[in-house]
Design a protein around this ligand. Structure first.
Ligand code: GLA
Length: 750
């Protein structure tokens, strides 16, 4: 809801308000962004400059309050007395926009450039600012869970304007804060770093052409005493998939200036008279219920206002993907064999990953071509898809349409289609990017991908992109506009196709991509212990329904760590479950366990995918109000471990709940030479008998049942003890390093 009262604009969402006013100098002041307040409260936040600050540049020499540098603003110019970071730079020319008028609009204001936008129930405040040769429009769109804002610059003069920097959002909030960013690289996404915001500017920026695995565009600003479930926490994100920029810096007056937008690094855009430039939408939200409060808002915002409507709360299939199991080495018979196994275990969708087209037998050739590799697939994609469909499974396919190998028919025919920013051009993973700013390149991709999609019953697409772009500035932005055009043309007419985007894993995990497809492959790192960091930190800003999460073979290809199958399952359950391993050589015992995992997940799929997600001290939980599923994860254990409790959140304190462990098994081989303590006969720990036994015999682990009130579960119930070096007993938790347990907590009634 947006209202204007006594000169104060009140922008009100659920649990938060933003109060703005235009001051007498025509500048946009931020009176408050935080707790829900009434618009009339705006008055209480006015800054009283008294007799002013020393050494300040004034807009009116008779008014100590006219120092722009000391004002809490929601937009500023440069070269007019505000020496803090400016959101807009023309390159050597000062900017001095003053508000001329504003209006409140019911609903969103649509963009012209094709950048995806948040959608759904909303109101928009449009504010128009002018100066001699340009007009600036600021849009604040208020949704239930977040405010989304952007800026548009129009050249109203007679000369060209050169834009050097143009942010989507600028905000001055008062107080002491910390900034948490999510950084990393390939197979190492989303490592959380938290630093106090001081007078030194903190910058989180990507310059690799994509939103990047180096620095996710989402970040958090929190008060130092904020905790998981208490305290003031702001969440920010950008609906954009290209180079981005975010910064935070404190001023002498105690205001923290927060900036969000397209990266200004090497950015330069020339606007002819009459032309406009639109920034992507920046998202901001607030909760006084700690990090979990802000995450909850961000999750609901993504589910209701970002992902395509068709997929909102629509259950996602359990998929089998052949990549980690086969890589490029497959043929139709092998795939059908795998599909048969996957179907037996309960998978619903078979995904053929890289390697089905052109001369694609390694990552050195074939990208750019769409001819089917007939040596591997003599009956084509349609022949394979039909056979998979006949088994009762859906069929999905991998594409990497933005890239081209030098060894491809496409490159030989159109060497001029690559993005040529380096001379000579450089390759990444043996490939170039195609220049998506060229209409003929976009048409080629749209026509070829569409033709494949229409040639068979394909209900899922994995859209990959595996090369950083060295295109600079405005060209990098135009590339992303080209990508959005392609995605819109392919997928808008085919809304029922489940699009999972991917970029070497999580190199483009952003809200822009989520506007086109509801899930993203989080990371090429499928080691569940690593995934605790990746998925756990993604959960600060994105709902678990956006996570592609697969069980792979252990020892893991990325870390060589050996993890128990139950932990691989327990981590992947908190997302869109898939399996990505060679099923042909799995021992029967593991196949049985996988079949059980899939059956269990199907039972609780909606809770896992769309339930309310909470981070716990020692794990994660999801809940639909009646059923709560909570997992406890371990990394390394120490000898003689103490007792451990499990605290469940959000339960009705007066209701009675029954908790039981999701049954899990110990492999006998885990005991090595200690097997003599658990087996009735004396066995050679390295011998044939034990190897066979390990493939067939399991022991129950950590079986626990508790009936108690919601109040007791909230206080923290006592879990079974961990293995203490004193022997095996099913009433303890014997799975130690990298072990985990999953608990089902059901409401019984009052
Ligand atoms: C990228 C993706 C992987 C897989 C390979 C195929 O690395 O992230 O999941 O699709 O490409 O080449």
């Amino acid at each position: 809801m947006i209202e204007l009262k006594n000169g104060v604009f009140g922008l009100h969402g659920e649990g938060f308000s933003c109060l703005l006013r235009i001051n007498k100098y025509g500048l946009l002041e931020l009176l408050h962004f935080g707790e829900a307040l009434s618009t009339e409260d705006g008055e209480a936040f006015l800054c009283r400059p008294g007799i002013g600050w020393g050494s300040s540049v004034l807009m009116d020499e008779n008014d100590a309050g006219s120092c722009a540098d000391a004002m809490p603003l929601a937009w500023s110019g440069s070269g007019r007395g505000d020496f803090r970071e400016s959101p807009l730079e023309f390159g050597g020319i000062s900017t001095d926009f003053r508000c001329s008028h504003s209006k409140i609009i019911n609903g969103p204001v649509l963009m012209k450039s094709g950048i995806p936008q948040a959608k759904g129930d909303c109101d928009t405040l449009e504010m128009v600012f002018t100066e001699a040769n340009a007009e600036l429009r600021l849009y604040f769109t208020v949704f239930r869970d977040a405010i989304v804002r952007r800026a548009v610059l129009g050249n109203t003069g007679k000369e060209n304007i050169v834009l050097k920097k143009f942010m989507s959002s600028m905000l001055d909030i008062h107080g002491d804060f910390e900034m948490s960013t999510f950084d990393g690289g390939w197979i190492a996404e989303m490592r959380k770093h938290t630093a106090p915001v001081s007078e030194n500017r903190i910058v989180s920026e990507s310059t690799t052409g994509a939103s990047s695995n180096r620095h996710n565009p989402g970040f958090i600003i929190s008060e130092p005493d904020a905790a998981e479930d208490s305290g003031r926490v702001y969440g920010f994100n950008l609906i954009y998939s290209g180079n981005h920029y975010a910064s935070a810096q404190k001023s002498l007056q105690g205001f923290v200036r927060i900036m969000q937008g397209i990266s200004p690094s090497e950015f330069s855009k020339e606007l002819a008279p009459g032309e406009i430039f639109e920034t992507p939408e920046a998202v901001m939200t607030f909760s006084d219920k700690g990090f979990s409060g802000t995450s909850e808002k961000m999750h609901r915002f993504v589910t209701e206002n970002i992902i395509p409507e068709h997929w909102r709360n629509r259950p996602r299939p359990i998929l089998y993907n052949d990549w980690e199991g086969c890589m490029f080495d497959f043929n139709e018979a092998k795939l059908l064999n795998l599909a048969k196994e996957a179907k037996k275990l309960g998978c619903e969708l078979f995904v053929l990953d890289d390697g089905w087209f052109g001369k694609r037998d390694s990552d050195k050739a074939g990208l750019g071509d769409y001819s089917i590799n007939k040596r591997k697939l003599p009956n084509g994609i349609s022949g394979l898809a039909k056979k998979i469909n006949a088994m009762g499974m859906e069929f999905g396919l991998w594409f990497e349409p933005e890239s081209v190998n030098e060894d491809s028919d496409l490159y030989r025919a159109h060497p001029d289609w690559i993005l040529r920013d380096e001379f000579p051009p450089l390759k990444g993973r043996n490939q170039f990017l195609l220049d998506l700013t060229k209409p003929e390149v976009r048409d080629y991709i749209v026509e070829n991908v569409s033709a494949v999609l229409d040639s068979a019953k394909i209900t899922y697409v994995k859209w990959d992109m595996n090369r950083h772009s060295t295109a600079l500035g405005a060209k990098a932005h135009d590339y992303i506009l080209g990508l959005y055009d392609i995605l819109r043309r392919i997928f808008e007419p085919r809304p029922e196709i489940l699009l999972e985007s991917c970029s070497s894993g999580g190199n483009r995990f952003d809200l822009g991509m989520l506007c086109f497809g509801p899930q993203i492959w989080c990371s090429d790192d499928t080691d569940p212990i690593e995934r605790l960091t990746i998925q756990g930190n993604l959960s600060y800003l994105y709902p678990q329904s956006a996570f592609g999460a697969h069980v792979s073979a252990a020892p893991h290809a990325q870390t060589l760590r050996n993890t128990p199958l139950c932990t691989r399952g327990n981590v992947s359950f908190f997302g869109c479950l898939g399996y990505e391993l060679d099923l042909r050589h799995l021992p029967g015992i593991e196949k049985k366990q996988i079949a059980e995992q899939i059956a269990f997940y199907k039972n609780y799929r909606e809770v896992f995918q769309f339930g309310k997600f909470r981070r716990l001290k020692n794990g994660w939980q999801v809940s639909d109000g009646k059923t709560t599923l909570a997992a406890v994860f371990r990394k390394l254990v120490h000898a003689a471990p103490g007792y451990e409790t499990l605290r469940i959140k959000d339960l009705d304190k007066t209701a009675i709940y029954n908790m039981k462990t999701y049954e899990q098994k110990l492999r006998i081989g885990q005991f090595g030479s200690l097997v003599k303590h658990v087996a009735p006969v004396d066995l050679d720990p390295n011998g044939f008998v034990l190897r066979i036994a390990d493939r067939h015999i399991t022991l129950p682990d950590g079986k626990q049942e508790i009936r108690a009130s919601g109040a007791a579960f909230s206080a923290g119930i006592m879990l079974l003890p961990l293995f203490r070096g004193t022997g095996y007993d099913q009433n303890q938790r014997t799975l130690t390093d990298f072990g985990s347990e999953l608990y089902i907590i059901e409401e019984e009634g009052k």
